[in-house]
Design a protein around this ligand. Sequence first.
Ligand SMILES: CC(C)(COP(=O)(O)OP(=O)(O)OC[C@H]1O[C@@H](n2cnc3c(N)ncnc32)[C@H](O)[C@@H]1OP(=O)(O)O)[C@@H](O)C(=O)NCCC(=O)NCCS
Length: 225
Amino acid sequence: MDRPDHWPQRTLVLRTPRLELRPDDDEGLLELVEEAYRGIHPPERMPFLESWTDADPRYLGRGMLQYHWSERAAFAPEKWTLHFLARLDGRVIGTQGMTGVDFGVTREVDTGSWLGQRFQGRGLGTEMRAAVLAYAFDVLGAEHARSDAFADNHASHRVSEKLGYHRDGLRRLAVRGKVVDNTRLRLPREDFRRPAWELQVEGHTPALAALLSAPVREQPSSPRR
Ligand SMILES: CC(C)(COP(=O)(O)OP(=O)(O)OC[C@H]1O[C@@H](n2cnc3c(N)ncnc32)[C@H](O)[C@@H]1OP(=O)(O)O)[C@@H](O)C(=O)NCCC(=O)NCCS
C-alpha cells in the first residue's frame, strides 16, 4: 500500500524579503522560548487573549512547549493551526499562527502573532502577517481572513489597517480579571493590500493542500448523547 505523507507541513517554507517562516519544530521552539523570556510586551500591558506571559517564569518555557505540542497533536483537517516560526538571519524572532476551522468549506483563516520586543517596530510584523495572508489567499484559496486585537494594541491595529482589514464588531473579554473590549477584524480576499514583494513558497505539496482543505471530515463524528 502507498502510504500517505503523514506530516506534509514539515516541508513548507514561506520566504519574504527578510524572513523565513516554517511550521514549528522542537529546536526552533526552544529559541522561541528564549525570545519570550527576553520580553514580548511591557509587563503592565497584556496583548494576548490568554494571559500566558503572566505564567510563573519557572514554568513559562515548559508551558509554551506543551502548548505547541498540544496544537500539533490536535492538528486535523477540520481544525488546524500552522504555528510558523519567523526567522531573521536564521534566528527565531517570533511566531505567526494561522488557524483554519473546516477550512475546506469555510475558506476562512484566523491569525495571531508576536515578535520579541527587540524586533518590533521594524515592519517585520507586517511582513510576516502579509506572508501568511498571501499563502492563504493565493495558494490555499482562502476567501476571508480574521484577526482581533485589544483597543490599546496600536501596533497590531496598524498592521491590520495597512493590510486592508475592516473592523467587524467588538466582544467583551475578561483579561487579568477586568473587562476589556476586543476588536474583531475581517479581511475579504479582494481587499487584501498586497505588499510590494512577492511571497516565495517552497514545499507546498498536494498532500499538504489536501490535508488543509479537505472538504469532508476525515472520520465520522462521535454520536451525540
Ligand atoms: C503586534 C506585532 C506583531 C506587530 O509587529 P511589528 O513588527 O511591531 O509591527 P510593524 O513594525 O510591522 O508595524 C507596526 C505599525 O504600528 C505602528 N505603531 C506601533 N506602535 C504604535 C502606537 N503606539 N501608536 C500608533 N501606531 C503604532 C507603527 O508605526 C507601524 O505602522 P507604520 O508602518 O504605519 O509606521 C508586534 O508589535 C508584537 O509582537 N507585539 C506584542 C504582541 C502582540 O501584541 N501580539 C498581537 C496580539 S493581537
